[in-house]
Design a protein around this ligand. Sequence first.
Ligand code: 5IU
Length: 361
Amino acid sequence: ATLTQTFAERAEKATHPLTRYLFRLMELKQSNLCLSADVTTARGLLAIADKVGPYIVVLKTHYDLISGWDYNPQTGTGAKLAALARKHGFLIFEDRKFVDIGKTVQMQYTAGTARIIDWAHITNANIDAGKDMVRALAEAAAKWKGRRHCEVKTSVTVGALDEDGTVNGVSPSHVEPLEEQIRPVSPERDADGRKGSIVSITTVTQSFEHAGASGHADDAESVFPGIEEAPADRGLLLLAQMSSKGCLMTREYTQACVEAARDHRDFVMGFVSQEALNSADDDAFIHMTPGCKLPPPGEEDKPIDGDGLGQQYNTPDKLIKGAGTDIVIVGRGILEAADPVSEAERYRKRAWKAYLGRLGK
Ligand code: 5IU
């Protein structure tokens, strides 16, 4: 039934704020195209994201194949991508394919050098390790969202207090993230190791800007005026099926993904799959599908070969209209074209036409 619904109708039914936002974005940009930005350098990634941004609704990354990734949370590659996402109106999807025990995936999602949760609106997981890890990632996302709204920066000034209460030798105040403040505050040592007492605690209630949440506004003039800001939420796609030859994911595994998605509607946006998995009318999950390629312009009847390394390709028509998925993910089809920008526009048009065809329009 969802196959004959418009993306606008699906936007109304979706329970996840980011899914609602994404469906609206798709209608607005008339795009159901995701670029898989598998380039080798951070500079190249930002350049292609800026150029192709107007034609896509999702930018898929593999941060770990990018050289020169700048991990600075405020000014690094993640923050710059987030600014481009705001400028052009697309969501960032880090194709991280988490698979491990709950505690480990929480750490991989939120910590480490990349801090994926800070800049990627969407990530994905393989649930082979059991569906509790979906709950673990959901909890991490909920905590992230909570922190974003109540983060408080406190500036603690350390110095020696005279008996009459005057302050002596005040150290430069320092500002630390909330977590690090939870330690004994008095007696204190200042930055140079001098002992003293806390003489002033200035609590600045300033909402902490996660780099990925809004990015920097300066260059964020949108090409599409109607685009709202993405909600400050995080979403997960479950890796339900893969495009590669000999994929070992069984029907039972795929069905377990559907069940896990229904159990976590507030966090799971949908699936990376090769076909539609929404069976009941009330499912508004979104499907993104890699393994998509068009024959070169003018050679429309030519069959599309795989890449010789297990990748298998289908056309947007086959995936969107035939198999009922919603967004096609295209990497080399666009990246290796002589003109990636006009090729992105060609894929956008074809994928959108396939969607309209599915609606019978
Ligand atoms: N990707 C797949 N198939 C899958 C999943 C992910 O190809 O089932 I899940 C990724 C791998 C690559 C991109 O980053 O999607 C496809 O790139 P090409 O369009 O260049 O084949």
